[in-house]
Write a protein that binds this ligand. Structure first.
Ligand code: FAD
Ligand code: NAI
Length: 477
């Protein structure tokens, strides 16, 4: 085992870690990034949850399954008849794996390009800081000790298990197993109607599963604007997703080829459902296992997250933490923003993350995207606001696409007209939301958007029209 000296060591090469490493290297530091993720051959697979079992593979399967569904019926309306349609699930999964590998390789390339030294292995604090900084011990295959005065922890999160129902990834699946099912389950159970439950439920429903979602809370998508969540609930039900709210999950037992879930429904009635596979998507827990936090006195909060201040500083001098392992939304782009900001703070610059303008996207069909406050939040905070909505049904491009479900909704301050929140359910909502993020970053008013020329015909005209609707002067509705 050898010892190496760096200015900055980043633990974890997910979106938070690898972006922090690249930015720190751009700023002139000598940087090491350590990541434990292994591909099927035991080689390195940087990119973290997002690249390996999260954002990227889920979007690959969402795209493939949407093509399959469209070929099955939506193409017909366009005058395209597809005869002999069949599903090659093996090829679909293989393509998803190829997309993942392209991203893994891309990160290794970026490390080389930016002169970031990559170490494959598990990192832990070896003890208190010395004059050389913190000794970070990296396990096999790297087998090194690295010293650095600045350490960025970006170790991410893991799927949360239900008590008494550990993930076996064969019958009881986390996101990892949910992205690797080898035959379409006839009956798929999903516990948790959150982002993963809806995205993965959509994938397997499109491919032919009968999907039953069991959600603990009595409300659907509580964090989403109520009007949008209501619209989403209606559309998902029409697609055939059975979403059951207010369920109290009881015993879960596995047979040879199936899983039985006992639960109480919203009326308090005892129920039992048998599924071929069960996805459990009830949130994620921060990953601090084996980090050696206790060896250096690194403070965790009561929920196990690394405790940080608004600047991502931990209680230890020179030790920072970003991404899923700290408070805030568990989103790849939030992790990236924090990673960049921390690298810049280490360089003495004023890194900045604006938590008020972090967009959220749920990649269902239609997509749901939002930024800023929901109507229910503004009501609860007693803020006087104006609302304007515009349906995609009245948008020419959406009609040409054959995808007219949903709407754009603007919420603006009643006095100043400043945009407080934008909520979209509809085609390409994930792309449309960027305009709202930019507008909010620049503290734009709804009137600003209403007066900007938008290309015709484009879905973005619905954004302009929703901004006009705030002042009750839509032109096309
Ligand atoms: P991670 O991506 O979890 O990376 C942490 C890395 O650290 C891992 O590679 C891990 O192996 C490594 N590590 C941990 N401990 C050690 C150690 N001691 N030594 C060395 N390495 C270690 N977010 C979005 O914004 N958009 C999406 O569309 C989206 N889709 C998702 C879909 C699914 C199914 C899931 C599960 C998540 C999704 N997310 C999405 C969330 C997103 O994946 C996370 O917010 C993001 O990955 C967090 O990045 P991170 O860098 O904090 O951690
Ligand atoms: P989630 O927090 O989005 O949803 C979990 C759901 O499970 C909630 O509705 C919750 O009420 C419910 N639940 C919790 N405990 C339960 C129980 N015992 N019984 C029944 N229901 C229960 O978490 P999810 O879907 O696991 O995703 C984790 C995180 O990953 C997300 O919060 C998000 O940050 C990230 N993610 C982001 C995506 C995106 O940006 N498109 C896609 C997928 C995940």
């Amino acid at each position: 085992m050898s010892t190496k000296q760096f200015d900055v060591v980043v633990i974890g090469a997910g979106p938070g870690g690898y972006i922090a490493a690249i930015r720190a290297a751009q700023l002139g530091f000598s940087v090491a990034c350590v990541d434990a993720w292994e591909n099927a051959k035991g080689g390195p697979a940087p990119g973290g949850t997002c690249t390996n079992v999260g954002c990227i593979p889920s979007k690959a399967l969402l795209q493939s399954s949407e093509h399959y569904e469209h070929a099955g019926h939506a193409f017909k309306e366009h005058g395209i008849d597809v005869a002999g349609l069949s599903l090659n699930l093996g090829q679909m999964i293989k393509r998803k794996d190829t997309v993942v590998k392209q991203n893994n390789d891309g990160i290794l390339f970026l490390f080389k390009k930016n002169k970031v030294s990559f170490f494959h292995g598990r990192a832990s604090f070896g003890g208190a800081a010395t004059a050389d900084g913190y000794p970070i011990v990296v396990s096999a295959p790297a087998n090194e000790t690295i010293n650095a005065k600045q350490v960025i922890i970006a170790t991410g999160s893991n799927a949360r298990e239900l008590p008494g129902a550990p993930f076996d990834e064969k019958l009881i699946l986390s996101n990892t197993g949910a992205l690797n099912i080898d035959a379409v389950p006839a009956k798929l159970g999903v516990i948790g109607a959150g982002v993963i439950g809806l995205e993965m439920g959509s994938v397997w429903r499109r491919l032919g599963s009968e999907v039953t979602v069991l959600e603990g809370l009595p409300v659907f998508l509580g964090a989403v604007d109520e009007q949008i969540a209501k619209e989403a609930g209606k559309l998902f039900a029409k697609q055939g997703l059975s979403i059951n709210l207010g369920c109290k999950i009881g015993k879960i037992s596995t047979g040879k080829n199936n899983v039985t879930v006992e639960y109480e429904n919203a009326k308090g009635e005892a129920q039992s459902a048998v599924f071929d596979k069960l996805i459990v998507s009830i949130g994620r827990t921060p990953n601090t296992n084996g980090l050696g936090a206790d060896k250096v006195g690194l403070q965790l909060d009561e929920r196990g997250f690394v405790a940080v201040d608004g600047d991502c500083k931990t209680n230890l001098p020179g030790v920072w933490a970003v991404g899923d392992v700290v408070r805030g939304p568990m989103l790849a782009h939030k992790a990236e923003e924090e990673g960049v900001a921390v690298a810049e703070r280490i360089a003495g610059q004023h890194g900045h993350t604006n938590f008020n303008t972090i967009p959220w996207v749920i990649y269902t069909s239609p997509e749901i995207a939002w930024v800023g406050k929901t109507e229910q939040q503004l009501k609860a905070e007693g803020v006087a606001y104006k609302a304007g909505t515009f349906p995609f049904l009245a948008n020419g491009r959406a009609r040409a696409l054959g995808d007219t479900s949903g709407m754009v909704k603007f919420l603006a301050d009643a006095t100043t007209d400043e945009i407080l929140g934008v909520h979209i359910i509809g085609p390409m909502a994930s792309e449309l939301i960027s305009e709202a993020v930019v507008a909010m970053e620049f503290k734009a008013s709804a009137e600003d958007i209403a007066r900007i020329c938008h290309a015709h015909p484009s879905l973005s005209e619905a954004t302009k029209e929703a901004a006009l609707a705030v002042d009750k002067r839509t032109l096309n509705f």
